[in-house]
Ligand binder design. Structure first.
Ligand SMILES: Cc1cc2nc3c(=O)[nH]c(=O)nc-3n(C[C@H](O)[C@H](O)[C@H](O)COP(=O)(O)OP(=O)(O)OC[C@H]3O[C@@H](n4cnc5c(N)ncnc54)[C@H](O)[C@@H]3O)c2cc1C
Length: 494
């Protein structure tokens, strides 16, 4: 073996989860090796550049960056201050050509939705409940690294007075949103359920009939705290990477792990070039289905057992381009959800999410231009086994549909040249992130597969942990960084 050094931990996959775990371990003075298959870090929250423009590859928004929230806590621990701007409204939802502004202030949001849905004060109690559940859930999961409990020791760690109030959250794990909507008498309000369906698809990855109210509340409250990262969501990731290296962490890019074996109490990790590294522990930050292919024996049995079925998993269709921008005043938000009222061709959503760079974000686009990043849900399998021609035609049909809608919603860019236009499909995600079948967005939350049943961060194997969006607590840069922080707490306290 060419490398005789024994690291404390090898972290596999430099998405937000792996980066967070690696940086926090390095801060604790552990010897950490971070292996990443791609040539840049960030994974689904990475970027690519085209002649002076930077485009987000997937994720675009940040939330949970207040000092008491997971990403905020991470940034504080690492002493980094990414250049973020809180947007209010955090998102604008366009339904039938009318705009619903997602204001940060709860009372303003209640007034906005009451007027938009012409529902009097019927929605007020619903939004109050959403925000109460959101705040309490955050408090609990941010202050208890042993959630969900996986051992008797974990249960004891959770027994404290301040956690008792969390018990009232339990019923919401098993109650679908559609039942709550009925209970509050909101099912007769025109467009309200379809509004919830599309909002929940981008957060819980699920519709109102299946999404449990607990995770739905987190998803529905999310846009109240929306932050725009200048330059793109890759920039905070780059700062975490810088911190990691400054603390002595080693990162190897273009290093795709092909096997992880346990030999005499030491994990031997091999990449596609045949390079081997030894460590006392391993943190997997890749999708759960990817791990089974890297391991053997009882470790493989374990990962196969905890891998959820793939039938409800999502892929993403993305479309990026730049437009000339003559607006002197900026648009009221950078984030728009455009409801289409019908399923977008070759996709599964009746909406698409659209991010337009801010005028003063000169990292993403030169003066006089804006970048536009659009994404929506699609079935990954529908894109994987097509001939070259079928694939191109299908992509073109979806692009044309989206551009047509975009021009209607943003007449200020109507007919303008769409520069560097590029569409991505699950095939693209498979190529660039190596994620199994190109599935993205984690595991859809449902009443059957609720938070507590998600694949665990801990394993029965010594010093082997999991993070990333297919493990508890799920998708999003916020959640994967929380999982990483919980794992590191466990390691420090072990
Ligand atoms: C279109 C889209 C829009 C989204 N929008 C948002 C948003 O606005 N806000 C938000 O917070 N979240 C959003 N998300 C979700 C968010 O991007 C992800 O949940 C999160 O970034 C996942 O981070 P991760 O660390 O779990 O995994 P990933 O980002 O997938 O990182 C895994 C890394 O592992 C590497 N890898 C894979 N296999 C190997 C191997 N064998 N060896 C070495 N390296 C390997 C990959 O190259 C990749 O870099 C979006 C996702 C998509 C796809």
């Amino acid at each position: 073996m060419e490398n005789t050094k024994i690291y404390d931990f090898t972290v596999i996959g430099a998405g937000y989860g792996g980066l967070s775990a690696a940086a926090l371990l390095a801060k604790e003075k552990l010897n950490v090796l971070l292996l990443e298959a791609h040539s840049v870090v960030g994974g689904c929250a990475s970027f690519y550049s085209r002649k002076g423009f930077l485009f987000d590859a997937g994720a675009t928004t940040m939330s949970g960056v207040r000092k008491d929230q997971p990403l905020g806590k991470l940034f504080t621990q690492l002493g980094i201050e990414p250049n973020l701007k809180k947007l209010d409204p955090g998102m604008i939802i366009n339904i039938d050509g009318k705009e619903l502004k997602r204001f940060a202030d709860l009372n303003k949001w209640k007034e906005e939705t009451s007027a938009f849905f012409d529902s009097g004060d019927k929605l007020n109690k619903f939004w109050d409940r959403v925000h109460q559940i959101n705040d309490l859930s955050f408090e609990l999961i941010s202050n208890n690294y042993a959630i969900p409990p996986k051992s008797l020791g974990d249960f004891f760690k959770l027994i404290k007075f301040s956690n008792l109030k969390g018990l009232k959250l339990l019923p919401y794990l098993f109650e679908p949103v559609s039942d709550v909507v009925k209970k509050y008498g909101l099912d007769k309000i025109k467009n309200f359920e379809s509004f919830l369906d599309e909002q929940l698809l981008i957060t819980t990855q699920q519709n109102i009939k299946k999404a449990p109210f607990l995770t739905a509340a987190l998803g529905l409250a999310y846009p109240a705290e929306t932050y725009y990262p200048y330059g793109g969501i890759y920039f905070p990731a780059k700062e975490i990477q810088r911190f990691f290296k400054e603390k002595g962490g080693e990162i190897k890019l273009k290093s795709k792990v092909t096997s992880v074996k346990l030999n005499n109490g030491v994990y031997e990790v091999e990449n596609q070039k045949g390079e081997k590294y030894c460590s006392k522990g391993v943190i997997f930050n890749i999708p759960v289905w990817n791990i089974s292919d890297l391991v053997a024996g009882e470790i493989k049995e374990f990962y196969t057992k905890i891998s959820p079925k793939t039938d409800g998993m999502w892929g993403a269709f993305t479309l990026n381009f730049a437009v000339p921008n003559n607006l002197e005043n900026d648009l009221p938000s950078a984030y728009y959800q455009i409801h289409t009222g019908e399923t977008v061709p070759n996709c599964s959503s009746k909406s698409f999410f659209c991010t337009l760079s801010l005028i003063d974000d000169l990292k993403r686009a030169p003066a006089g231009y804006k970048t536009v990043s659009i994404s929506l849900h699609t079935k990954a399998e529908d894109w994987l086994n097509l001939s070259k021609e079928e694939y191109s035609l299908k992509k073109l049909e979806t692009v044309k549909y989206i551009l047509n809608k975009f021009d209607k919603v943003f007449p200020q860019f109507y007919g303008s040249e769409k520069l560097h236009l590029e569409a991505g499909t699950p095939r693209t995600f498979l190529d660039y992130t190596s994620r199994f079948n190109g599935y993205v967005g984690g595991i859809p939350h449902s009443v059957d597969l609720n938070l507590l049943k998600m694949s665990p961060n801990v394993t029965p194997f010594k010093n082997v942990y999991n993070c990333g969006d297919t493990f508890f607590p799920g998708q999003g840069t916020l959640s994967v960084s929380l999982a990483a922080q919980n794992i590191v707490q466990r390691i420090i306290n072990a």
